[in-house]
Design a protein around this ligand. Sequence first.
Ligand SMILES: [Zn+2]
Ligand SMILES: [Zn+2]
Length: 473
Amino acid sequence: MPQQQNPPRSTKELGRLASIQVDSNTPIRLYFRSADLLIKQARVYKMEKDYQHAYVLYMKYTNLGLKELNNHAGYKAPENKKARNTITKNCNEALDALEVMKPILEKEYQQYVEQQQRKQERMQQKQQQQQQQPDIEARHVQQLKGITAQHQYKIDQGDTQQNWSLQDALKDVAGVGYNERPFVHAETSTDSITKYPTTAFENKSDGYLYQPHHQQQNNQSFVRPPLPPKPMSPESRITTQAPAIPPKVSLETPPFVPALPPKVPKVTPVAEPLPEPSLPADLINSSGALTERGEPLRRLIVPSSLQDRFISIAKPNTNRNIETCGILAGTLKNNVLQVTTLIIPKQTGTSDTCTTENEEELFEYQDAHDLLTFGWIHTHPSQSCFLSSVDLHTHCSYQLMLPEAIAIVCAPKHNPSYGVFRLTDPPGLDVISSCKIERAFHPHPDLPIYTDTHNTSHVLTQAQDLKVVDLRR
Ligand SMILES: [Zn+2]
Ligand SMILES: [Zn+2]
């Protein structure tokens, strides 16, 4: 399946999408894992020559590694030395990659802008011709009356052409005028790339109507009547009054381009992070699914055999009324996430909990096999299919790292016996990530905290191979 080409965006805009914030209340190990997931995804996108995605993720990695992680209380702890060294090494890899990709992206963007200018110009010419059509018909009537309007027609034609302005011509060019769009503030998610406008969203599970941060700004139809000439703002005073072919203008003049951070062996503050911006859906979206906030979710493919395989592996525990859990791992390809491997880590379970042990071994296996973490699956040996308060906190860690992460619950004694869930965002992800209650089971606010994401465009169940790795043996 070939990757659908996104319209090019300026490196300035892509840089804005890479803003990331660190919250000291979130355990540092989650940030290390998030960083790892970021750079692994970035490598895939770069290898696939999807430089826009790669640029954002590498840039995000350097923002995290060179600046934001220093704000976390736990970052400098002696036990994290190895992880810090990994971050430093990967930051240099990221900076190298950014250096390579930046000129390519800028060239593509420049070509795209010029192409859009030409397209816009052709449309305006066509529009002018259409507008002149009624005049011509009127003239025929007048000519029948013996009156010629030829002189007037020439004047009309001249007037229309003078209405052309570069400012209007650039109105529909992607990436131009983005500064006019309002920014939304950063959220606590460590891995969420996007903030972008949408319309109100109704949660399918609860009927709750979520208000968007702001409305779509850029939805005017492509064809519009010519506007009267107007004074240009100082920023846009970059051209002449000339009609016909607009002059080539550099829309990415050096002062506006965010400089790549300098390569440094040790962490050093770099440029101030820009406000977390709006991201057009086409940049990251491949499923059409959105979070409640309106952020796009990539498609996650789950093998149809997963449920049965897992239930059969868990059966000895289930018969003893003990939970079993597994990790959903897989690959990123063409902007689609695919679960390829079910890993059963070493664990201890009770009738209503399951705790993984020796996570190092799990990560080592994933590293060795280039597997990303897409979520988890567990059984409810006697309870029905839902996410307990403990499950919500477990899943929150996964979803903070990857917005597409899912939690699958198998409840063999109940109907439905199978549920695929994610935290709503908002309000679920914020509610759970900011909940500091330590007790095992505790109540949460009566809000739609999680939602069923089974059979949505986010999660697609398909007949695919599934490898099972049982690390308990
Ligand atoms: Zn559970
Ligand atoms: Zn809680």
